[in-house]
Design a binder for this molecule. Structure first.
Ligand code: FEO
Length: 596
């Protein structure tokens, strides 16, 4: 088979193999690709699996048409490509073997150090002149072994890509590329995403018309499609939106829960749902699907004070391949002492950037009414973004979107001429850098607004994550008109005479008001920075951090009504008046949510 005028395919198909690498089912067989470059010098690219010695040597002899090979280029020493180096050298003893130093060390281990007498070590970026063709070697360690290199032929713009861009399946069984290439990549190279990305970066600088991998078809059309998929896989990005449910079930109860979840997901607008019974599915397909889709639900039983063996194996496959960047949800079943949820979550603890669903389904033997509600809640949680992204199903008036804006938290200090005052604010932004100008927006109901309007100066104390709830109670939940918020404190002042906080801040700035903008309920002060001190490198307190780690959980148990998201004040009643103002923190009705 001709790839270009000078490059011929001399590989073989394997229909006898049942498990590639002893573990991956290959219903359509495999192929071991080898190529011949005919130029003034003749080069053979890699050999094939040991069971195809004579078929390969026959292919080679026929393609050589009486010529002798000058070089055998060994890009990868895994035996499916290197097992015939000895038979090649017995047939063509004058050929020079070209490989990385690491590959030669492996060659000596596989065949003994006497086999390869004529050897040339390839350099990373080094070249080999064949005549019209100049081959450039590019090292690609860990794609998929450490000795791997790929080879670029600038004459015909061919990349010999070793294991990269390979797939399962023999060449005489044509099938869609993506699924079997994904299963191959995730199974075999999946752990080495960073190394595969490095190779893709190097390849991006080459003008490539054809990719000749060691497995699967030669790629010479629509290369952007294959390269984009490889970038997705190597960067552990989501390829397809949807939910994979990987489960085990002993007596069918967990399966029923999975089926119910799948129904609810479908109703919730989930674009794709794939369920794998891990005891029966092809494990490598389930694993590659976990990497393909954006969300994964793990459902299993507690078993021998551990989790069901197929689930344990599945999670091990994920973690050893650096599973990351996905949303993961859990459904556990246990008739007594259920532990599956805890164990599954612990087993994923080494994975980076996982988001765990808040809703967990905890079945005790069979599905209860409470479990059905848990499943509905989980489906809603998993479908929330799908619904929001669809014009038909999105809630287009969800003002909680405003809470997603990233805010810091600050204490603004001022002085009315009689005493020092301080106020918690979250509406601070730098608006220009030349000169440095800061906008601070304050509710007109706050005494500090009145004071700063009169005096034109304030200090901005940037709270750090160390600030306890008492700081917010002191500066946020009482008025400076009546309370002395600095009573009994040791005071430190900046050059403008205003007080600065001595603790729980990482920086302090003195501000001078140069413009005031009336915003109705609030006033915005545009300020110059007259003094700026950095106190520590502690991270700044954000609104989100405050809610997650500082604010105590409000005591809402047994109560009906609404709770203030800012301070936890509970309003008991059927309806919250639109103009209600929180008596503690002075935030309005929009900052309240119903007690669940
Ligand atoms: Fe196809 Fe890593 O060998």
């Amino acid at each position: 088979m001709k790839i270009t005028n000078d490059i011929l395919y001399v590989g073989v198909n394997d229909h006898k193999v049942d498990l590639f690498e002893g573990q991956y089912k290959v219903p359509n067989g495999m192929c071991y690709n080898s190529y011949l470059i005919l130029d003034e010098k003749v080069a053979v690219m890699d050999t094939v699996d040991q069971r195809f010695t004579h078929e390969w040597l026959d292919n080679l002899e026929s393609a050589l048409a009486g010529r002798q090979p000058d070089y055998l280029i060994v890009q990868h020493m895994e035996p499916d490509h290197s097992a015939n180096i000895d038979s090649f050298l017995r047939t063509y003893p004058n050929a020079i073997v070209v490989a990385t130093t690491k590959a030669f060390a492996m060659m000596d281990n596989f065949f003994g150090s006497d086999l390869v007498r004529n050897r040339r070590a390839a350099e990373n970026g080094g070249t080999l002149e064949l005549g019209r063709h100049t081959l450039t070697f590019v090292f690609a360690p860990m794609v998929h072994w450490p000795e791997v290199m790929v080879t670029y032929d600038s004459a015909d713009k061919v990349l010999f890509s070793a294991d990269a861009f390979g797939k399962f399946g023999a060449l005489d069984r044509p099938e869609p590329w993506d699924d079997e290439a994904r299963r191959y990549y995730i199974g075999i190279v999946g752990k080495y995403g960073a190394q595969a990305m490095n190779l893709l970066k190097k390849a991006a600088g080459l003008d490539i018309a054809t990719i000749c991998p060691l497995h699967g078809p030669v790629l010479d059309k629509d290369l952007g499609h294959y390269i984009k998929l490889y970038q997705t896989w190597a960067s552990y990005s989501v390829e397809t939106e949807g939910v994979v449910i990987a489960y085990t079930s002993v007596y069918g109860h967990t399966r029923k829960a999975v089926e119910l979840l799948a129904d609810k997901l479908r109703q919730g607008g989930c674009p794709k749902i794939v369920a794998h019974d891990l005891a029966r599915t092809d494990m490598s397909l389930a694993v590659s699907d976990a990497f393909r889709y954006g969300k994964l639900v793990l459902a299993t039983t507690t078993y021998n004070a551990d989790i069901y063996p197929f689930m344990r194996e599945f999670i091990d496959h994920l973690t050893e391949r650096n599973f990351q960047g996905r949303t993961v949800a859990f459904m556990e079943n246990g008739s007594w002492a259920p532990m599956a949820y805890k164990i599954m979550k612990e087993k994923l603890s080494s994975c980076k950037n996982l988001t765990f669903a808040e809703n967990v389904v905890r079945i005790k033997s069979a599905i209860s009414e409470a479990n059905k509600e848990e499943i509905t809640a989980l489906a809603q949680e998993l479908c929330k973004d799908y619904q929001a992204l669809s014009s038909e199903t999105a809630n287009k008036n969800d003002m909680t979107a405003l809470f997603k804006i990233g805010y810091g938290l600050y204490v603004v200090t001022s002085n009315d001429g009689k005493k020092d005052n301080g106020l918690i604010v979250n509406t601070v932004a730098q608006v220009t850098s030349q000169p440095n100008r800061i906008a601070v927006t304050i509710n007109k109901m706050n005494y500090s607004h009145h004071v700063i309007e009169q005096t034109g100066v304030m200090n901005l104390n940037i709270l750090s994550e160390e600030a306890p709830f008492s700081v917010f109670e002191n500066f946020g939940f009482q008025s400076g008109r009546t309370a002395d918020k600095f009573a009994g404190e040791e005071l430190t002042r900046t050059d403008n005479g205003l007080v600065m906080l001595r603790k729980y801040v990482n920086a302090v700035m003195s501000l001078k008001v140069i413009q005031y903008i009336d915003l109705g309920t609030h006033g915005m002060f545009i300020c110059d920075v007259t003094e700026a001190r950095v106190i520590s490198n502690a991270p700044s307190m954000t609104y989100a951090f405050y809610h997650a780690h500082v604010k105590p959980k409000p005591a809402t148990e047994g109560k009906k009504g609404f709770v203030c998201k800012i301070c936890g004040y509970v309003y008991e009643g059927e309806t919250l008046p639109d103009d209600f103002i929180c008596p503690l923190c002075k935030h309005g009705a929009a900052d309240f949510e119903p007690i669940q």
